[in-house]
Design a protein around this ligand. Structure first.
Ligand code: ADP
Ligand code: MG
Length: 731
């Protein structure tokens, strides 16, 4: 082993920035080149087809075969001109990332042997039956039936990767249940659209559609590829299961917004170059807080499309990293002791008339509308805080939320001083209290003049999991490797349900003779009172907040498998079925999948950890120990007994320490294996996940403690794994 680590480290230092093919044209020229977007459609589709297609996308009505054939023909021509030979339905199974199965355009022209032509029909575009038996379905699709199908989502444009035309699709079982993230996301977006339009009509009759917007911020780590290959834990689990903290890590805060290292800059450039070709409007890039941690964020867009783009960029990032001798780590907590990675989901709603519903307006009506939406969102987040947490909770994200390091596994909302004052003012105003609610004078309450500076002026509270930042909420608890759809399904659905409830209450008051403005005002004021416990502007990372949150009745559960129960509570089932996003059967099935994934992730980590300890760490430690024993032996031979005893005292102490750590490691690994065996025998997915959480996971930190101590004791030359200081500071 000796010296091998140094060789790898040496190589990592040697790597020079690669030559990046920089575009010769301005970005706007090649932006979206590989996407079958508007520009391409008007070139490759007839006017008639384009018109019909645009209408279908707008209305969400099903596509007929004739139209599908026309579109497929245009798409094929475009794709072939760009070198595509294959096509695939690109979908989002419940595992991480995306899935695809490529088929070529090739078909026999007549009888076999008579030659081939390229074919791509409307049928192939619209629907496919991938052999889906090995995708998780939570028992919804019997494996021997293996029947699920993917269907085109025309609201998200097709694109070309390498030689393959990729068609964004939903993935559902033969009986219609969603087996993916996209299908329920589309339903949630439609639910919030309808509910929000109905509420908007109180303020502006012209509103016909409300869009949900998402602006994600992707955090990630880069690690040298050679070092990565020498770390089986990174390779197999995406995170380091061992490794003593580096003497220097993020204490000096010298990485955040620092100069981007040259090799990384070259990588970023190429990622962006690729992203632009796919129409992903990358905007921001910078160093993050932890060493070797970075962020990439585009300009926000419609949620469904923005989410597809995030999934696409995650695969682009992985692909380009290899060209630059890097591996990108999207795991939420690749390294202990320094920051983990999140994916802030900036979320807002906006109308087809161009009004941002979370943007303070200029007129009194717009401001009443703004307050209405804000308060309904607060109410939705308050009532469903457990569900929202469940929507972002995964085995890796649990290292960020609710573990030893902040933030806590508690959802609260940050509003900032100005909005808090405004909400307090509304809450405390008696209805006659100088508030004019008639339509002539509009609403007086300071609401008529919500400070327009708000946007620039919101306090930057970085510890809140759900923070208002001037014209949007930042859902910060989302994990870096997650499919944003999970969080977006939850937030859009809870808000949709809340808006429906709000409308029902206001309508009832109006029916009883209350004026519209007063009815809205009264309901809002009530909501402000009820939802108060969700508002928290203090330090979300403090211990006091955990206690305070528990007192307020917010969900404080930290066990991941238990957190998933929030999906099947009576309240959630009602919420999801009423909005048409999930049936109860789907909710139950999806939880089965979540528990299964949780179990498998912990299981793999436990195996890797056990293997590393037994076959890498203990052998190296005992080898060093025997060197020390040799040394002591020789000392005893050379010196007098008294002198030797004195000289050997330190050596023997080290030998004892090493042997103590080794023996504890042996015991713990054995005990962990036993715990796994018991867990594996549990009958249900939930029981298994709980057993892994309660009885296997706790060994990780204990084992790590002793292994990391050995790392400090054992000869650096012989240590088999690249150390943190090497993984994190190499360019
Ligand atoms: P931060 O200061 O929070 O790190 P960034 O500039 O990194 O900000 O990212 C902010 C993200 O929020 C961007 O993707 C941006 O386009 C997005 N965003 C801005 N306004 C809205 C909005 N109204 N709705 C949704 N997302 C938005
Ligand atoms: Mg942000």
């Amino acid at each position: 082993m000796s010296g091998l680590r140094f060789q790898v480290v040496g190589e990592a230092f040697k790597k020079m920035p690669l030559h990046v093919e920089t575009p010769q044209e301005p970005t706007s020229v090649y932006f979206g080149k590989y996407v079958f977007g508007k520009r391409q459609m008007s070139k490759y589709l007839s006017k008639e087809t384009l018109k019909n297609f645009t209408e279908i996308v707008k209305s969400g009505k099903p596509l007929d075969r004739g139209l599908a054939d026309h579109i497929a023909a245009g798409m094929k021509q475009w794709a072939m001109e760009l070198g595509a030979t294959h096509y695939t339905h690109w979908f989002q199974p419940l595992t991480d990332g995306t899935a695809e199965k490529h088929d070529s355009f090739v078909e026999y022209v007549g009888a076999p042997g008579e030659g081939v032509i390229e074919e791509f029909s409307g049928k192939l575009l619209a629907q496919q039956e991938p052999d889906a038996s090995s995708f998780p379905s939570g028992g919804l699709r019997n494996t021997f039936e293996a029947r699920g199908y993917s269907a085109w989502d025309p609201s998200s444009p097709a694109f070309i990767v390498d030689d393959t035309l990729c068609i964004p699709t939903i993935f559902i079982s033969y009986t219609g249940e969603s087996l993916d993230y996209k299908a329920p996301l589309l339903k949630a977006l439609s639910a919030v659209d309808k509910a929000a339009v109905d509420v908007c009509k109180y303020f502006d009759k012209n509103v016909k559609k409300v869009y949900s917007y998402l602006g994600w911020e992707q955090e990630y780590f880069l690690v040298d590829e050679g070092l990565y290959a020498a770390r089986p834990d990174l390779l197999l689990t995406g995170r380091s299961l061992l490794g003593h903290e580096s003497a220097k890590n993020q204490q000096l805060e010298d990485h955040y917004f620092g100069a981007i290292p040259e090799r990384v800059q070259a990588y970023m450039k190429e990622v962006e170059f690729e992203a632009y070709k796919y129409g992903i409007p990358c905007k921001t890039r910078h160093n993050e807080v932890a060493p070797n941690q970075f962020e990439l964020a585009p300009i926000f867009g419609e949620t469904n499309l923005a989410n597809d783009q995030n999934l696409l960029i995650m695969s682009i990032m992985k692909r380009i990293a290899r060209k630059h001798g890097f591996r990108v780590l999207l795991h939420e907590k690749p390294f202990a002791g320094i920051n983990g990675s999140g994916k802030h989901n900036n979320w807002s709603l906006g109308t087809d008339t161009g009004v941002g519903l979370l943007t303070p307006g200029k007129t009194p009506e717009e401001n009443l509308q703004f307050v209405t939406f804000m308060v309904n969102i607060l109410m939705a987040v308050y009532k469903n805080n457990a569900l929202l947490k469940a929507s972002v909770m995964t085995a890796p994200n649990a290292h960020r939320l609710g573990a030893n390091e902040a933030p806590p596994a508690i959802i609260s909302a940050f509003m900032g001083t100005q909005l808090t004052e405004l909400l307090d003012k509304i809450e405390n105003a008696a209805s006659e209290d100088g508030i004019t609610l008639d339509s002539k004078k509009k609403m007086q309450l300071g609401i008529g003049s919500i400070p327009e500076v708000l946007v620039d002026n919101t306090d930057r509270n970085r510890t809140s999991p759900f923070a208002f930042t001037g014209n949007r909420f930042e859902f910060r608890a989302v994990g870096s490797s997650a499919n944003c759809a999970s969080a977006m399904i939850a937030i859009n659905t809870v808000v949709a349900a809340q808006l429906r409830e709000f409308k029902a209450e206001v309508d009832a008051k109006i029916k009883n003779g209350t004026s519209k403005e007063r009815a809205i005002f009264e309901v809002i004021r009530e909501y402000i009172k009820i939802s108060k416990p969700i508002r928290f502007d203090g330090n979300g990372y403090s211990d006091e907040w955990k206690q305070e949150a528990a007192k307020r009745g917010l969900d404080c559960e930290t066990s991941v498998p238990k957190i998933y129960d929030a999906y099947t509570s009576e309240q959630s089932v009602k919420l999801f079925t009423q909005t048409g996003v999930f049936s109860e059967k789907e909710l139950i099935a999806r939880n089965e999948v979540k528990w299964d994934i949780y179990t498998k992730k912990i299981q793999i980590e436990a195996r890797v950890l056990g293997d590393l300890i037994l076959s890498s760490i203990i052998p190296v430690a005992t080898k060093y120990q025997s060197m020390l024993l040799d040394n002591a032996d020789k000392t005893a031979k050379v010196f007098s007994i008294e002198r030797a005893e004195k000289i050997n005292a330190t050596t023997l102490n080290m030998i004892e320490q090493i042997s103590e750590h080794v023996s504890v490691l042996m015991q713990k690994v054995e005990a962990m294996t036993q715990a796994r065996k018991i867990a594996n025998r549990k009958e249900t997915e939930k029981a298994k996940a709980l057993a892994y959480h309660d009885t296997v996971l706790p060994f990780f930190d204990e084992i790590r403690y002793h292994a990391d101590k050995l790392e400090l004791l054992v000869d650096d030359d012989n240590w088999p794994l690249p150390k943190y200081r090497e993984l994190l500071f190499i360019r």
